[in-house]
Write a protein that binds this ligand. Structure first.
Ligand SMILES: [Zn+2]
Length: 116
């Protein structure tokens, strides 16, 4: 089974794809008239719903809250000990713990993950 943090990253990916399709630029470019694109959007919407069911309810609530607040970059990477959402240096305890559990940045509140 996938880790919750991975599911959250996937959810963010889906959300950003759907957001792109909502943009008027896409409609102007005529992408939405392409049957393939519509099929793709529908598939993403379906997958997104399936994904949300797999994620812990509390995490989902937190995800939606952060998303509403920042718009993007909900799940961010820890780069050399820094939060890539707000760029503060993270306490070493949090860096160590977010490798095995879900942790949020003490400054911006975004979900943190390590690529390792
Ligand atoms: Zn942060």
């Amino acid at each position: 089974m996938k880790k919750q943090i991975e599911l959250l990253r996937e959810l963010e990916e889906f959300d950003s794809i759907l957001k792109d399709f909502e943009k008027k630029e896409y409609q102007k470019l005529g992408f939405l008239t392409e049957p393939v694109s519509i099929e793709f959007v529908k598939m993403i919407e379906k997958e997104r719903e399936k994904l949300r069911k797999k994620i812990d309810e509390n995490l989902l609530k937190e995800y939606d809250r952060i998303k509403k607040h920042y718009g993007n970059k909900v799940v961010v990477q820890v780069i050399k000990g820094f939060c890539s959402g707000c760029y503060i240096k993270l306490p070493s305890e949090i860096i160590a713990r977010c490798k095995n559990e879900i942790k949020t940045c003490p400054n911006c509140g975004r979900f943190l993950y390590h690529l390792i």
